[in-house]
Design a protein. Structure first.
Length: 568
């Protein structure tokens, strides 16, 4: 297992565990679990839970289980199971021998249900869904008892056995706990424990046609596995009385402590699995691993690192109150990590041809370029320089404003690692008037980017040699949504109306340094002056280089932190 990279910050959950250890509860053991449903891909909110559960186990020399809550076969798939395993491993965690499935316990869960029926604490209810909803009551009105609540234990056992045997249609009967239809907590108003679902299971096949609901299976699975601290998000706080009721009524040997924390809310995205499924199925994104998606697989494909995500999860901490986390903080964590470890290269996204008139036609120089100024051990590389270059279109203006310090007619600038050049002529398209080529001269005495006579220039441009550069496609990603909180539908607005039409811009005529030939999928680079980029893991090949922009160089969160330090 891997711990978080930054020092562990205090949290109320850590304090609870510390107090339990001091009191020698659970014989000094700490056993946590990460229990995903295999009905979709994990997102960054799950990453917070993974880091918390596995991290707490590591800190306290305990164990964290990976358990799949596979009780809803109609929505589950082996593809999701394998993707979840891959995501947890990629984040740097290992469950060792502790991989479990709720389906491992189906027989035991059935026996527990039978025990509740025999005790008179559960009954088979034959109300329709509409009737059940009507009888449940509201937040201000108590519910009503089902007319089937008074069935004898013998009748309930017979019906429950026949439900298992497949004698009844879906929805015709359910097994409910007998608690209190007048409870102010709606979760305690005779909740459903089992329902009939004639759907094959990805692990048990057609052995079962009844499946336990989450509130019944989850607490018992925790108990069976000897979990000491069952950590979940705040939405399950009202379910805790039911969690405890089931375990108390069955008098199990292990009664874990459920602890709730606030789920992650991240600006300019949605972390509802239902909404993410909509985005995929309706074609608003290409797949679960689309680099615009907040899924772990999407972030991985975009070029995020596990170290950056772990750092982010540690920074945001654990709280009891919901709040919105600024996307800028996540991007800051990514920049902080990539700045240390990614080599620098030069790439031109929107090429403008430059001819250096006084440079020899057949000369090609190999210039030294630093791979990473943050890490001298990464060394340097050779960059070819020739008479014809490409620079960014945005690095030239024919009539520049006052604070534009890049290339313009008659102006001298520095080419990174190369020479000073001066623009002497502009070539335009005769029909459109668009600038298509610049003619410049260079100063041979300024090799390496410095002038022996001490003259200064304000602009430094990146470039590539036109004859040696590789063609590439570069995909520029932006926020998937235009609103900071697209998931807020209180005004009745469909979250998809906030989709950003400019969330992806694909540039197909880019040029990159020749050193990137054969770059491996998921290799990460800083394109100088442009941002951090990653070789796409699905579409890039030896024949076609495709890069995804991971994050820009601009860091608003760094400015916020700097201002906060000044105030302190």
């Amino acid at each position: 297992m891997t711990t978080t990279d930054s020092a562990s910050s205090p949290s109320f959950i850590r304090n609870i565990i510390l107090e339990d250890l001091k009191a020698n509860k659970n014989d000094g053991r700490v056993v946590t679990r990460f229990p995903p449903e295999p009905n979709g891909y994990l997102h960054i909110g799950h990453a917070k839970s993974i880091c918390l559960n596995f991290g707490l186990a590591v800190e306290n020399k305990g164990i964290c289980h990976l358990r799949f809550d596979d009780t809803n076969p109609g929505k589950e798939d082996v593809e999701y199971v394998e993707s979840i395993k891959s995501d947890v491993r990629w984040l740097g965690f290992d469950w060792g021998d502790h991989l479990y499935y709720t389906s491992d316990y189906f027989e035991r869960l059935y026996d527990y249900a039978v025990e509740l029926i025999k005790k008179g604490e559960a009954y088979v209810c034959s109300l329709s869904r509409e009737e059940t909803r009507e009888y449940r009551g509201t937040l201000t009105e108590p519910g009503r008892d089902s007319q089937y609540r008074g069935r004898s234990a013998e009748e309930n056992l017979d019906l429950f056995e026949r439900m298992r045997a497949g004698e009844f249609e879906d929805g015709s009967h359910v097994l409910r706990a007998k608690i209190d239809m007048a409870s102010p907590n709606l979760n305690m108003r005779d909740p459903t424990l089992y329902r009939i679902r004639r759907v094959p299971h990805h692990r048990t096949g057609e052995k079962w046609c009844i499946y336990p609901l989450y509130d019944f299976s989850h607490c018992l699975s925790d108990s069976i596995e000897g979990i000491t601290h069952s950590i979940c998000t705040l939405e399950f706080e009202d379910n805790r009385p039911l969690y405890d009721w089931v375990l108390d009524e069955l008098n199990v040997d292990c009664h874990p402590k459920q602890i709730e924390f606030a789920r992650l809310n991240l600006s300019f995205t949605v972390l509802s699995k239902r909404k993410l499924v909509e985005l995929v199925r309706q074609g608003h994104v290409t797949a679960w691993d689309d680099p615009r998606m907040p899924t772990i697989s999407g972030l991985r494909r975009r070029g995020y690192t596990p170290e950056a995500l772990r750092d982010f999860c540690e920074r945001i901490g654990v709280a009891k109150r919901d709040s919105m986390v600024d996307m800028a903080l996540l991007e800051h964590c990514v920049r902080q990590d990539l700045n240390k470890k990614t080599p620098r290269v030069m790439a031109v996204l929107r090429p403008l041809r430059v001819v250096i008139e006084n440079y020899p036609r057949d000369l090609v120089e190999e210039l030294d370029a630093i791979n990473n100024p943050e890490d001298a051990s990464m060394g340097s590389r050779k960059v070819p320089f020739s008479r014809v270059l490409n620079i960014e279109q945005d690095d030239f203006q024919e009539d520049p404003p006052k604070k534009f310090f890049r290339l313009a007619p008659g102006r001298e600038v520095r080419l990174r690692y190369a020479y000073f050049v001066t623009c002497v002529r502009v070539v335009k398209d005769e029909q459109t008037g668009e600038v298509v080529e610049l003619h410049c001269t260079y100063d041979p005495q300024t090799r390496g980017g410095d002038s022996p006579d001490g003259r200064k220039v304000k602009g430094t441009l990146h470039w590539v040699s036109a004859a040696h550069a590789l063609e590439a496609e570069v995909r520029l990603y932006d926020h998937l949504f235009t609103k900071p909180n697209p998931g807020d539908e209180k005004d009745g607005t469909d979250f998809k109306t906030c989709l950003n039409p400019d969330s992806l811009e694909a540039l197909t005529s880019c040029r990159v340094e020749p050193c990137l030939k054969g770059a491996a999928p998921r290799s990460r680079y800083q394109f100088e002056r442009l941002g951090y980029f990653c070789v796409d893991s699905k579409d890039s090949s030896d024949e076609k280089l495709v890069f995804n922009r991971t994050v820009t160089l601009r860091d608003t969160w760094a400015k916020i932190e700097k201002a906060q330090k000044k105030k302190r």
